[in-house]
Design a protein. Structure first.
Length: 465
């Protein structure tokens, strides 16, 4: 990058927070998306919205791409600097600014780790429910950029359901608030929700106002083994039709559990050879007797299917171990093989058809898949395993299989991503979910916010739009 630009960036944020060393650039050139690495030309670490505003004005003047970089835990390539340019690390925006116990709100900067935020508000008897699997390392700002979900979305919703207001820096360097710190707002277009899930392509988030809930006092956790994986999917809808809304309802097929148990230490769960899938089901609330009634009702429902003995987690340690097993699946898959992870989502009643179809597509194209996810809201993660597959087949045949998976998902009234976003790796499939009119509307929104196409260019929209 031109030394003039480097000097100007140093004048904005200070020499100590501008990096051009190749090792640093490599470090900020990846997230958790497969094995992709796209280093920026320079990494900058601002600490105030005004510094970001000045960086954006500079970038606009010289038409330099700017890529916001958060906790680097994304799975869609959203933080990859595919065009080089400025890597805008947000890691110094790491303060919780205020916890409003009276209004059940928190004001935070975007680089606060999600689990830290959850724990801090819990100390005040408050609850931020969104819990992506990477919550121990992901940033709350990245959660907003991707509209992250997690296990408890089935009862409590996803990130968008808790965002009240945002301070953002626009691509032209202007600083605005998008809404108001109120629970209801019908004043004009909803700019706040437009930012949620925009994957760093419309603006850079610098402050966040989130809605909170009172913290529940109790929960019950069950692990249900099924002898048929499709029946485990069928049971999901049956539980809701019986009038129960679990706080979490997770699906894990056999390979997912086996790989997690091998990879994650300190977990002991009996998995018999004939078990094909498990449901991890949680109910929560403030009254233990009501939770026991709900758990008993869940038992009545799942006993209609071909299941084995249900495990009731009877201690905090056992509950933590079961959640550790579920949250460890992605890391276990990554440790075992090169893989591609797809983030399908369908109406929950269609889950059995989706699972069956994925396995049939795998047979057609010769790939093995490990499926798990948030079955309670129809969100199934599909890990396609390379194994012994040739590089040529992996590059040229697997994308055809992925396209068929997405076509099936849309036929079942679902869509391409439930919580990971589109970013770089899924943008070529957007024509499956959207027609040309819809894609041009998305393009028009991007052009209105970012006419010079400098903010995270090359993401979400297909290249031919």
């Amino acid at each position: 990058m031109d030394i003039t630009i480097i000097t100007k960036l140093q004048e904005i944020v200070g020499t100590s927070f501008v990096f051009t060393d190749i090792d640093v650039l490599q470090k900020y050139g990846h997230d958790e998306t497969e094995d992709y690495v796209y280093p920026p030309h320079v990494v900058v670490k601002p600490i105030t919205p005004q510094e970001i505003a000045d960086i954006m004005k500079l970038a606009n003047e010289y038409k330099i791409p700017v890529v916001p970089i958060g906790g680097q835990t994304g799975l869609s390539g959203g933080a990859l600097a595919i065009n080089g340019g400025i890597g805008l690390s947000m890691e110094r925006f790491n303060r919780i600014l205020a916890i409003d116990e009276m209004n059940l709100q928190v004001i935070t900067e975007p680089a606060v780790i999600t689990q830290v935020l959850k724990e801090k508000v819990a100390e005040q008897g408050l609850f931020y429910p969104v819990d992506p699997s990477s919550m121990g390392s992901c940033f709350i700002g990245g959660n907003i950029a991707e509209n992250s979900g997690g296990a408890r979305a089935v009862k409590y919703g996803v990130t968008k359901d808790y965002v009240l207001n945002l301070e953002v820096v626009l691509p032209n360097g202007e600083i605005i608030w998008t809404g108001a710190n109120t629970l209801k707002n019908s004043t004009g277009y909803n700019l706040t929700q437009l930012m949620v899930g925009s994957e760093g392509t419309l603006a850079i988030i610098t402050k966040i106002v989130l809605k909170l809930l009172p913290l529940n006092q109790h929960n019950i956790l069950l692990l249900v083994p099924f002898f048929k994986a499709e029946q485990a999917c069928e049971a999901v809808s049956a539980i809701f039709r019986a009038g129960i809304t679990p706080s979490a309802l997770e699906f894990m097929e056999r390979d997912a559990i086996d790989w997690s148990l091998q990879h994650v230490d300190g977990i002991s769960v009996e998995v018999k050879p004939e078990h094909k899938a498990h449901l991890l089901i949680e109910v929560d609330g403030n009254y233990q007797e009501i939770l026991m009634q709900e758990a008993e009702k869940i038992l009545e429902v799942v006993e209609q299917f071909d299941i084995d003995d249900v495990l009731f987690a009877d201690s905090i340690d056992q509950k933590n171990a079961l959640w550790k097993m579920r949250r460890g699946v992605a890391e276990a898959v990554k440790a075992n093989s090169v893989y591609k992870e797809e983030d399908t989502v369908v109406p929950r009643y269609e889950l059995p058809k989706l699972l069956k179809g994925i396995k049939e597509i795998g047979t057609k194209y010769g790939f093995k898949s490990v499926c798990y996810g948030h079955a309670g809201d129809g969100n199934l993660h599909v890990n396609i395993i390379k194994g012994n597959m040739s590089d040529d087949c992996w590059r040229n045949e697997i994308p055809k299989g992925i396209r068929e998976i997405f076509e099936l998902t849309v036929q079942l009234k679902g869509t391409l991503s439930g919580e990971h976003g589109i970013g770089l790796v899924q943008k070529s499939y957007m024509d499956i979910a959207f027609n040309s009119t819809q894609l041009n509307l998305l393009k028009g929104i991007k052009e209105l916010f970012d006419p010079n196409n400098i903010l995270n260019p090359g993401k979400i929209l297909p290249d031919n739009i």
